[in-house]
Write a protein that binds this ligand. Structure first.
Ligand SMILES: [Zn+2]
Length: 124
């Protein structure tokens, strides 16, 4: 088996292209170092983990999705894990719809995301 290609570069590029926002929930993420993020939001290091930027395979690796830039988006850890934890991963579009409707009800992330993170970044 060939070694899996590194996600770091495409993830970093996607992070910049998306202005640091998760492709599903739209929340601000951090990429290299959480310290500034933690200070700005007044959250714990553990909480910050939820919003760490991860490289999301739009077409899952197990379905043949490869590490090419067009197949990698930047997603927060919660959204990335949530999608692939399902038996059949929903398509990126239908998953995004699901996440948006939960976000609108403030029922996707932990309460601190709505109480601290979004106000700190002035995202509605
Ligand atoms: Zn997200």
């Amino acid at each position: 088996m060939p070694k899996r290609k590194s996600l770091i570069r495409p993830r970093t590029i996607a992070f910049v292209l998306q202005s640091g926002l998760c492709c599903y929930c739209g929340c601000p993420m951090w990429s290299e170092n959480p310290t500034e993020f933690i200070t700005k939001c007044g959250i714990t290091r553990r909480q910050a983990k939820d919003l760490q930027c991860t490289g999301e395979h739009l077409e899952a690796h197990k379905d043949g999705g490869t590490v090419v830039q067009s197949n990698i988006a930047a997603a927060c850890r919660i959204c990335n894990q949530g999608r692939h934890r399902r038996k059949v991963a929903p398509s990126p579009d239908s998953y995004k719809q699901l996440v948006s409707s939960r976000m609108a009800k403030k029922r996707w992330h932990q309460p601190w995301v709505f109480q601290k993170l979004l106000p700190a970044f002035q995202v509605d």
